[in-house]
Design a protein around this ligand. Sequence first.
Ligand code: RUQ
Ligand code: CUA
Length: 630
Amino acid sequence: MSKDSKDKNRYDNVAAGSRRRFLVGAGTALGGGALAWSMTGCEEGTTTPSAAPTPAPHKGQEVHAAPGQLDDYYGFWSGGQSGEIRILGVPSMRELKRIPVFNRESATGWGATDFSKKLLGGTMSGDTHHVHLSYTDGTYDGRYIYVNDKFSARLARVRIATMEVDKIVDIPNSQGTHGIFPQRHKTGLVLCNSEFRIPQPNDGRDMDDPSKYAAMHTAIDGETMELKWQVMVEGNMDLCATDYTGDYSFATCYNSEGGVTLEEMMAADLDHLYVFNLKAIQAAVDAGKTIEINGAKVVDARGADSEFVMRVPVPKSPHGVNITPDGKYAVVAGKLSPTCSVVQIDMLADAFAGKIKPRDCVVAEPEVGLGPLHTAFDGKGNAYTSIFIDSVMTKWNIDTAIAQFKGGTESPILDKVDVHYQVGHTNASMSETKEADGKWLVALCKFSKDRFLPVGMLHPENDQLIDMTMDKLEVVHDGPAYSEPHDCVIVRRDIINTLQVQDRKDDRFAMYDAWAKADGIDIMSTNKVIRNGKKVRVWMTSQAPKFGMNEFKVKAGDEVQVIVTNIDNVQDLSHGFAVCNHDTNMLINAQDTQSITFTASSKPGLYWYYCSWFCHALHLEMRGRMFVEA
Ligand code: RUQ
Ligand code: CUA
């Protein structure tokens, strides 16, 4: 066997290995016809992996960011099972930062510091899928980032000024919190879908009676991060969206059959888009027309359409729902159908009033390719749908699709570009706002197969950048990504303004201030050890290249809390505080305070503590001794 054919074999095996059955079955006959739903289709057909041909030089926008050159956009990526958020520069696709959210992170001490421990409540892993920023008047207001945790039904908020998590809320009565979306007219509610149906309440009753399972559409206040209400529905909910006016929220629903096995979930031909009438729900909550489940005010909207929830029938197992930047349409991607269903939002009121049927609100259903998942927009009337099975991005025109649905003959499909491979989410610059600008499109491909050097059994994913400004879509960058970005949003850089040094305004500082008051110390200058029985509190400052205390004494087995205030007042002059052999490290930014609690070793001895973030020419000398006495 020649080296070349060996290589080819290896790549074929890679391809075969990634033949995870995404969808099985059954060939669901719908709209465009029966589809054979397995990824085998793509290996035999259009997207057999092979090394990419050398591309022709790119003639569109500048992609490469030269040394020292800033990107035009911030990209906020979810980190999937890593539990974090990532910040990339777009178009360079350079990774700028990771924000630990639901994960324990060794570098910053997130998950180990007292404040992060309190927020995480002992649950140290998370599955982030959807990152969205807070809005005012239909566009990003630069205040907050929200992200879901699918593992443990939580919603976290990051304050953009500090790029740190400031709140985490547990969502009751929910499993598999998946789609989330904030309201767009103002920083109002953040709506969260539970994907999995469970008994309500889930206390051991009805465990094996799926007919009684239900899922929750949950409203969290985006300012206070308090739970406002839940709406209980019969089907599981996938992606979430909100309109631009504050009237509705949306959830795609698959498994309207209420099945618990794959076969059962695939039985019906149609599923639907849930439309939630937020004003009617709020009125019911205000009037006390709710039931209480685990402390949540719940509106029961199971079964049939009501003033609260309407079900717009769409082809089987819809996935993404995205709202056009003009606020007129909800585009529902078919997943098992090769179509997108376009729902006209200003017709929904008539459907709620019973004047028209819910299905009448569907005004277009263009065929976009096999396995449509998510849709982005350019603000110029075009939609860009990610097509999983075909591994393409399809560009189509919304008005032409509507004309075609009425009998027109012009095809709405404008272009298709191959992506590599099996694209999941997609998003475009400012696409989820009224300021969508049609510059950059990102295809988050679930598999890279042969695009990068093999690195063991698991290959990176591939976040590909596409130039949207030319007649033809063109892939201009391959971005390997680890575990496992689901979604991203791309935000103009003028919207994001971060602090240079800590402004000490988060909840965290109220906590430290209360302790300082109790101990009668000045947090910005005191270096002091305070003992209270077996508990020792160490107040310490840091200023390059010294800690305010060269040594302190504790006793073996003491509970030691170290509170470090970094009194340096220079941007990026951060210090770390690590204690040897104590599983203890944290980052303290300029003008910030952080605290960490640990148990002093049961073995008496000397343990150095040291600065773990590079700060000064004498960074290595920035350390002190902890004496653990018997
Ligand atoms: S989902 S690949 Cu978790 Cu956002 Cu669509
Ligand atoms: Cu302080 Cu390194």
